[in-house]
Design a protein around this ligand. Structure first.
Ligand SMILES: Cc1ncc(C[n+]2csc(CCOP(=O)(O)OP(=O)(O)O)c2C)c(N)n1
Ligand SMILES: [Mg+2]
Length: 598
């Protein structure tokens, strides 16, 4: 190699440094030691965080972006190392979160020979096929001089349009092969690209006409508003016309849930005022939202939505999501922040804004009436004092103990549904969860990514006992890097969300969904608090509802890794005013209210 040339690994690392990526998360293997070597050279510019499971690296990179709005990268070895990653890629892909996965592969001159860890039976070095459904794009340079092109294109694909994770799959020899004298400059290739496309101007006028003529308008926001940085413009627009704002689970926090116009979660477990408001709305403005089954009560009309007769205005950066599940009165492809600014500008040209805003008073009062009915219905759960702790009370105690700037990263399971229903987030990143792919472990690991993204803010994971045990290796990582994160293990001695389905849909035929001691049949789990202590982490048990908030406060104040093992009941489900259908098994019934039939 000529001494003036950077090799493939150096080009990738140099490019990451130019993109100001502060961290890479990953795990070693023979397939990526040359990449790690390139990271070694640049240790002063970019920090390498080594974890104990590749999936953990992916979840950390994911949540880092959700908090910071900037992508990072992962590194994994060839074969099994990288094949531990697709779950994290898919999670990010479905929730439109970018990160760059640098995966190692076998040497190019061994392609097709069945070398150690080569996926070769269908096609040579075929990791790209493994992840094709799980990421936005795969690049596989097979010569050193292909690396500069691959890295700049990979980064651009990742961050433009609808963002998503991209895989850069690099054969072993290419990391060390001569690549280029210079690394591509981000400012020439993607830093100056804007995808903040506005909507067709006629569409903006029409949308505003429809909203201003509506008697019962509702705005529904998804994560496009959060990650698109549109929360401030959303608020401005909603306040000017006094339109209530509901959210999908992924849109949680896009508006401060204490705001008078904040209506609530639309979902099977959403409160009455938001589901009933959304399903009786005459015009629904949906911003950066996908209308998945859990938001839409499995698309059964009259529970979450009734479209039509509700007129839907659907705005999204990805036209594939528009009219996927509901017919649209108006579909507009646009960046939601730009669209909201267009709406605000158009609003400035209208004379009757305050009259229209005032006319919504009646609608807001009606919704307030629904809210009061709902609040009376849920009131007993907040004061329930039983042990194991009532899950609604648990969510409430955790919520009230967290400082306003805390970042709560939920895992997947019934605890997530309780949190979504009973937490009151104030900021777009107050309550982070995975809604598209929903892999267990997301919150267990993701909370460490949250800490790297916001080192001064309290970062707390509420995670199921099932998921925590699956990814307990995080304890070691938290110690090795001294991460002051808190795990609240929602210990209900079961894969409770799934056991709940067996109880609700299968007549209680329970199998393979709870954890029991073989001799006594009593609920069993490892002692998670002791497990934490064995790792060198503070670990405490909480059995009583009244102790939970204090335990969380103490853990947050400790500013060191901490685990709270909370004994929480699983016999109740987080009921709402929507439903969920498991085709062939039936559909749940709303816990409050019925089906709306216009
Ligand atoms: C990796 C993975 N495996 C399986 C599932 C299916 N699943 C969804 S929730 C759940 C139960 C989770 O149990 P736990 O972590 O204890 O949470 P809980 O529902 O009890 O709150 C399972 C198995 C999944 N989402 N992800
Ligand atoms: Mg559980």
């Amino acid at each position: 190699m000529s001494k003036n040339l950077l090799d493939g690994g150096q080009v990738i690392v140099d490019y990451l440094v130019r993109e100001k990526v502060p961290y890479v998360f990953g795990l070693c293997g023979h397939g990526n030691i040359s990449f790690i070597d390139a990271l070694y050279e640049r240790s002063a510019d970019i920090k390498t965080i080594s974890v104990h499971h590749e999936t953990v690296a992916g979840f950390m990179a994911d949540v880092y972006y959700r908090v910071r709005g900037k992508p990072t990268a992962t590194f994994t070895s060839c074969g099994p190392g990288s094949t531990n990653l697709p779950i994290a890629l898919a999670n990010s892909y479905l929730d439109s979160v970018p990160f760059l996965a640098v995966t190692g592969n076998i040497p190019t001159n061994q392609f097709n020979r069945g070398a150690f860890q080569e996926l070769y039976r269908q096609y040579q070095a075929d990791f790209p096929s493994t992840v094709r459904a799980c990421c936005k794009r795969v690049f596989q340079p097979t010569r050193g001089d292909m690396v500069p092109l691959a890295i700049r294109q990979a980064w651009k694909t990742m961050v433009t349009g609808r963002p998503g994770p991209v895989v850069l799959d690099v054969p072993f020899d290419i990391f060390k092969e001569a690549a280029a004298e210079e690394t591509p400059k981000p400012e020439e290739w993607n830093a100056n690209i804007s995808c903040r496309a506005g909507a067709d101007p006629e569409g903006v006028t029409k949308a505003l006409d429809m909203l201003m003529a509506a008697e019962r308008p509702v705005i529904l926001v998804g994560q496009g508003v959060k990650y698109g940085g549109a929360a401030a413009d959303l608020l401005r627009f909603a306040e000017r016309l006094r339109i209530p704002v509901a959210w999908s689970a992924s849109g949680t926090g896009a508006i401060d849930s204490h705001h008078p116009l904040a209506l609530g979660l639309v979902a099977r477990n959403g409160p009455y005022q938001s589901n009933h408001g959304a399903r009786t709305a005459d015009v629904l403005l949906a911003l950066g939202v996908r209308f998945d089954d859990r938001t839409s009560s499995s698309w059964l009309p009259g529970y979450s939505f009734t479209i039509p007769p509700t007129n839907l205005i659907h705005v999204d950066i990805d036209p594939d999501e528009i009219a996927r599940n509901y017919p649209v009165a108006l579909g507009l492809m646009a960046d939601v922040r730009t669209f909201l600014r267009q709406l605000l500008a158009e609003l400035d040209t209208r004379r009757n804004v305050s009259d229209v805003a005032a006319s919504h008073g009646k609608w807001l009062a009606t919704l307030d009436g629904y809210r009061k009915e709902w609040n009376a219905f849920i009131a007993p759960g907040f004061v329930d004092d039983s042990t194991p702790i009532h899950p609604q009370r648990a969510a409430h105690e955790i919520n009230k103990a967290l400082p306003e700037d805390a970042i709560l990263v939920s895992d997947i399971g019934v605890h997530h549904n309780w949190l979504l229903e009973f937490c009151t987030p104030r900021r777009p990143d107050s309550l982070i969860g995975s809604m598209g792919f929903g892999p267990m472990g997301f919150g267990v690991a993701g909370v460490m990514g949250a800490h790297y993204a916001a080192p001064d803010r309290p970062c707390v994971s509420v995670c199921g006992d099932g998921a925590f045990f699956m990814h307990a290796s995080v304890l070691g990582t938290a110690v090795e890097y001294n991460l002051p994160v808190v795990w609240v293990v929602w210990n209900n001695y079961a894969y409770a969300s799934i056991r709940g389905l067996q109880r609700g849909y299968l007549g209680g035929r329970e199998l393979a969904t709870d954890f029991r001691h073989p001799d006594s049949g009593a609920p069993y789990n490892p002692d998670f608090a002791a497990m934490a202590r064995s790792a060198g982490i503070e670990g405490v048990n909480v059995d009583r509802a009244g102790d939970l908030a204090d335990a969380v406060r103490t853990a947050v104040k400790a500013r060191k890794p901490y685990l709270i093992n909370a004994n929480i009941g699983a016999d109740k489900n987080p009921g709402g005013s929507g439903v969920w259908e498991l085709p062939g098994l039936g559909q749940s019934q709303p816990a409050f209210g019925g089906r709306y039939q216009p």
